[in-house]
Design a protein around this ligand. Structure first.
Ligand SMILES: NC(=O)c1ccc[n+]([C@@H]2O[C@H](COP(=O)([O-])OP(=O)(O)OC[C@H]3O[C@@H](n4cnc5c(N)ncnc54)[C@H](O)[C@@H]3O)[C@@H](O)[C@H]2O)c1
Length: 344
């Protein structure tokens, strides 16, 4: 029989309550404590979920011997100290994206989780979404031919953050999806951007990732755009996929289109690109809440001692790219090389 896991959740601002709602609905789990420094947020969440204890002191929650796992949904600067305290107390630990503020912090947390023998997972929610899983399947089956490039746009007006730029805020989603699909670490990273509203905090950035075999990815992130856009295009040598996460239905469309160079030609007059235009189809996708799947995966990994899909190592790879993007921004977009390695 499975053991009931008691969890504590810290950070009840915009995102944390979604973790509370989803974990409350899962079997084999009891949301024992919720924690926030804001008494108002605590009162509000505790009134929605009678029986859940409210706590303003994080250290006290972490010290509770009845709590098996801690989920952290606070601002990025708190991720490392809070996760470290949770791991040191021997708790399974879930950290919202991005995992921490630097590669060094991520590495320390991974080592600590190993030493304590507990599960460490990062909230890269999109890897638990049905459309992203379907895209991965289509790409891995070579239905689009050789993968050539991916472009992503994640734009809207706000929410402006005060301590991290838009790449650190929005691009972790796209980076995690791109690494999942590409299944390798990029060779280099370029990033340019503009800080139009808050000095020193870019609200619009363009991030390029260069992979082996001339494969590339481009990520446009913005808090400074009139429309909400969450779009990704995956271009293969035979077909292309467009993923629109805002679309209520038909989030993925596969376009049977391609362009080919003629195999050989003698004169420039003979040279013609061959364009192919075929059908467009939209695979059926059963809609589930990705966060529910993600929370269930965290509990399963704890129960079965399995490594999460979005492990600490996967979180580290995303932060490695974010850190390189910040260096490139300071160098006005110059490439920052990464050491080649297979991603988790
Ligand atoms: N996975 C996703 O799709 C997704 C979506 C949105 C946000 N997020 C992530 O969730 C995290 C939180 O983002 P948010 O927008 O909810 O932030 P937020 O600022 O709205 O909420 C953070 C909460 O943490 C509380 N807090 C701060 N310091 C604390 C402390 N020492 N002890 C207890 N509580 C403390 C604050 O009072 C606040 O209520 C971020 O890492 C963000 O990137 C993930």
């Amino acid at each position: 029989m499975k053991k009931i896991l008691n969890v504590g959740i810290v950070g009840l601002g915009y995102w944390g309550p979604n973790l509370v709602r989803n974990l409350r609905a899962l079997p084999d789990c009891r949301v024992k404590t919720v924690c926030d420094v804001s008494e108002d947020r605590l009162r509000h969440i505790c009134s929605l979920y009678p029986g859940v204890e409210g706590e303003t002191d994080y250290q006290r929650m972490v010290a509770d011997p009845e709590i098996h796992a801690v989920l952290i949904a606070t601002a990025v600067r708190f991720h490392f100290p809070m996760a470290k305290a949770s791991l040191l107390a021997g708790k399974h630990t879930f950290i919202e994206k991005p995992m921490a503020a630097s590669v060094a912090e991520c590495e320390e947390l991974i080592a600590l989780a190993k030493q304590k023998g507990v599960t460490l997972m990062v909230g890269h929610t999109f890897l638990y979404s049905a459309p992203v899983r379907r895209i991965k399947q289509i790409v891995d089956n070579h239905d689009i031919g050789e993968l050539r490039y991916i472009s992503a746009r994640r734009l809207n007006l706000g929410l402006f953050q005060k301590d991290i730029n838009v790449t650190w805020d929005l691009a972790p989603h796209d980076i995690s999806i791109i690494l999942y699909i590409m299944n390798e670490r990029p060779l280099s990273v370029n990033c340019r951007g503009g800080a139009h509203v808050t000095r020193g905090i870019e609200d619009v950035t363009s991030l390029s990732l260069t992979f082996a075999k001339e494969r590339t990815a481009i990520i446009h992130s913005s808090w400074h755009d009139p429309r909400k856009v969450r779009e990704m295009t995956i271009v293969g040598s035979k077909r292309m996929i467009v993923y629109d996460d805002i679309a209520p239905q038909e989030k993925i469309k596969v376009f049977d289109v391609r362009v080919e160079r003629p195999p050989h030609y003698d004169t420039f007059a003979e040279f013609q690109y061959a364009y192919h235009y075929g059908d467009i189809y939209s695979p059926y996708i059963k809609q589930d809440e990705p966060l529910r799947t993600e929370c269930a995966h965290f509990l399963e990994c704890i129960q079965q001692n399995r490594v999460p899909v979005t492990s600490g190592e996967a979180g580290l790879e995303v932060v490695r790219i974010l850190e390189a993007s910040s260096r490139s921004l300071k160098l006005n977009g110059a490439p920052v090389e990464l050491t080649p390695a297979a991603t988790a």
